[in-house]
Design a protein around this ligand. Structure first.
Ligand SMILES: [Zn+2]
Ligand SMILES: [Zn+2]
Length: 420
């Protein structure tokens, strides 16, 4: 049985301290919403790295990747529990697999996806892409709590902190660097600081700070959509008033496929050998999703789920477009992209590869019947409008031809009668 006291301190053995501090070594558990690697990094920091190697993903006997945050190996859990004198069973409770048993790997945010080859042909070790909420970090600092990375910040279908309704960031607001580390200031708790300019990461971006009411309303629409996606990741059936006859798996399929179609290069694009900005996503401009950037354009991607490797900016834009397209309420699309913009689902149909869309529509049970009907109804509306515009054009052409011929007849008659 695991001892409750620190094995490294005789003082602890003789007089346990209920708070978990023995005087020589501090043995504490992760926070309720903390990533295991964040907790481990904090422990390494308090020991200045002595005897605690940084955890990384490893392959198991079957050749599958085991990431310490997602599904850690029991060997790592036992060794860490022993080193830090905590309960192994309690550490397992903090893994992502425990909280999201049905989590598809492509709904996590990755620096390097498992199994993806780099430009050199080598397969890098899978690493999660960590974003953060500057307001959560500021709250940690204000309440004298060590800064820590929350589980929600590594989910690919999340671009906002749902607690503060605030956009997540993955770069320093001072210098734009993406590298950070934990550091203990002279006074106060542990903080996340930029490795390039040493600024604390709780400094929020000014454009987000001065966001107006309209922008915040748009954020709220995407947060509501993200909450439905997070529920689906947990296996919960989506809200049937918003997503009729849609199962959790179908909602995730729809989000994944819509994002993939939005970022796919057009089949006849002349720049077929490189990435292009000629993608459907760039037609769904919503500056509220990219505070501080106006008219931001993104490059094409060939990944199955572009959310998995997207920055928080791209993630929010993808989720905004997917929300406008999948959501049955047209008011959401109008609120996101403006009342004058054509319906999002029609822009999506007009701009994406027809063959690719048809293949997905025919896959049995892959998308919900309600979403398929929405697409079919939108196609019929578009075909009807196209036919009406063609008939109107033909009617105009005939009218112009008659007008032209009657004016010619009149001129001929005037010439023959000698009138001017
Ligand atoms: Zn927050
Ligand atoms: Zn910096």
């Amino acid at each position: 049985m695991m001892s409750n006291y620190c094995s490294r301190s005789s003082r602890c053995k003789s007089s346990p301290v209920p708070s978990g501090r023995c005087g020589a070594v501090r043995h504490e558990y992760p926070f309720a919403d903390e990533l295991l690697t964040s907790w481990h990094a904090r422990q390494r920091h308090s020991r200045r790295g002595r005897g605690l190697p940084a955890p990384k993903a490893v392959r198991d006997r079957m050749g599958d990747w085991r990431h310490p945050d997602i599904r850690p190996t029991m060997a790592w859990i036992n060794a860490t529990a022993d080193d830090l004198n905590v309960s192994a069973a309690r550490l397992v409770e903090h893994s992502l697999a425990k909280h999201y048993p049905a989590l598809p790997p492509d709904f996590l945010a990755w620096e390097h996806l498992p199994g993806s080859a780099s430009s050199t042909g080598l397969i890098p070790i899978p690493r999660l892409h960590v974003s953060w909420c500057s307001r959560c970090l500021a709250e940690d600092f204000a309440s004298d709590r060590p800064a820590h990375v929350r589980r929600q910040w590594v989910l690919a279908a999340v671009g906002f902190c749902h607690r503060h309704r605030w956009p997540l960031e993955d770069r320093c607001n001072g210098c734009g660097s993406r590298t950070w580390r934990f550091a203990m200031p002279a006074r106060g708790p542990l903080r996340m600081i930029c490795e390039a300019c040493w600024q604390p990461m709780e400094r929020t971006s000014a454009p987000a700070l001065y966001a107006g009411k309209d922008t915040r309303v748009r954020w709220d629409h995407i947060i509501a959509f993200e909450q439905q996606c997070m529920g689906a990741i947990r296996g919960r059936t989506p809200d049937q008033f918003r997503f009729n006859f849609t199962s959790a798996g179908q909602l995730l399929n729809e989000v994944r496929d819509v994002c993939s179609l939005l970022t796919k290069k057009p089949p006849n694009d002349e720049y077929w050998w490189c990435r292009t900005r000629n993608i459907a996503l760039n037609d769904f401009a919503c500056d509220a999703m990219t505070p501080g950037y106006i008219g931001l354009q993104f490059y094409s991607s060939d990944t199955r789920n572009p959310l998995a490797t997207a920055s928080p900016l791209l993630r929010r834009c993808l989720l905004a477009a997917a929300c406008g397209i999948i959501e049955t309420n047209p008011d959401v699309g109008a609120a996101l992209f403006g009342p004058e913009a054509p319906p999002a689902i029609e822009r999506f149909i007009a701009r994406t590869d027809r063959g690719g869309l048809d293949r997905l529509l025919m896959a049995d049970g892959h998308w919900s019947s309600a979403f398929i009907l929405q697409i079919k109804a939108a196609r019929e509306r578009m075909a009807r409008r196209f036919m009406i515009s063609k008939l109107e054009a033909a009617h105009r052409a005939i009218r112009n031809a008659f007008a032209h011929s009657s004016s010619n007849e009149q001129t001929k008659f005037n010439r023959s009668t000698g009138q001017i």
